[in-house]
Design a protein around this ligand. Structure first.
Ligand code: ADP
Length: 264
């Protein structure tokens, strides 16, 4: 807003029926964006109207993972988001950095960007909005809590101890911001070998550890929502813009993602 008034965020208004989930992780590369786009695709395939905000300043891989071709257009004062499969509306911070220039995003810039994504983008009457947050315990989670206190948090981790420890810190921010932590999602949990046995490439237990620890610190049950196995097809389908829940719905990774979506 130019007049100094705070822009209106429709999702923050009383009576908004949009559920907003922010997907957080302690560190990069744990599959936060992959989880976000697959949950979006799963929910959209059920007939829900879904929007995705890619606020991951380090990656902005969401448009590629959802096969989004175009960019946003402007209609009067609103930004119209391009659409992906099943009409999923997508806005990415990468759409505003020409030529994917490396931009040093400072806290206030990020806050403004997030505010614009929530207030100036025409989302319409979406049932669910998923936000792919940058990894870490940074400013964006706090900005989000200020802009949209009703946003609920999903924490993604791998089974690895080190990843779990940082994921715990990312989730613990919600304790200060009083946001609800919906649950923990463990990704890359195992690789299924041809003989049916599971190889625990990154160890075991990280997801449950984070869930238990957040439950203790928040004082309410934070469930482990699911464990997603490693599957090369998850990456391959992400690279060509067809989420694995749509491309390989019977795979272990897709069924794990579907049962996580069931719980949202
Ligand atoms: P983040 O958003 O946490 O940085 P990404 O979703 O970009 O992580 O995932 C990092 C890389 O790992 C990507 O190449 C992605 O395709 C791959 N990946 C994520 N989850 C899995 C999985 N369960 N099996 C195989 N590859 C995966």
């Amino acid at each position: 807003g130019s007049g100094g008034a705070e822009p209106v965020i429709p999702f923050a208004q009383p009576g908004s029926r949009t559920r907003v989930y922010a997907v957080a992780s302690g560190k990069g590369g744990v599959g936060k964006s992959s989880v976000t786009v697959n949950l979006a695709a799963s929910l959209a395939a059920r007939g829900l109207s879904v929007g995705v905000v890619d606020a991951d300043i380090y990656g902005h891989s969401v448009p590629r993972m959802l096969g989004v071709e175009g960019g946003p257009t402007k209609v009067q004062d609103m930004i119209m988001p391009p659409q992906a499969v099943h009409g999923i509306k997508v806005i990415s911070i990468g759409m505003f950095t020409p030529g994917n220039a490396a931009v040093v995003w400072r806290g206030p810039m990020l806050h403004r960007a997030l505010q614009q994504f929530l207030a100036d983008v025409f989302w319409g009457d979406v049932d669910v909005l998923l936000l792919d947050l940058p990894p870490g315990t940074g400013d964006v989670a706090i900005s989000l809590a200020q802009l949209l206190p009703s946003a609920e948090i999903l924490v993604v981790t791998t089974p690895q101890t080190a990843a779990a420890e940082v994921a715990e810190r990312a989730g613990a921010i919600a304790l200060n911001t009083h946001q609800r932590v919906v649950g923990v999602i463990e990704n890359m949990s195992w690789l299924e070998l041809p003989d049916g046995t599971r190889m625990e490439v990154f160890g075991a237990g990280g997801g449950q550890t984070v869930a238990d620890s957040l439950s203790r610190s928040i004082g309410a049950t934070v469930p482990l929502l699911g464990q997603i196995p490693l599957d090369p097809r998850l990456r391959e389908n992400g690279d060509v813009g067809t989420p694995i829940v749509l491309a390989e719905p019977t795979s272990g990774a897709a069924t794990a993602l579907e049962s996580i979506a069931d719980r949202l």
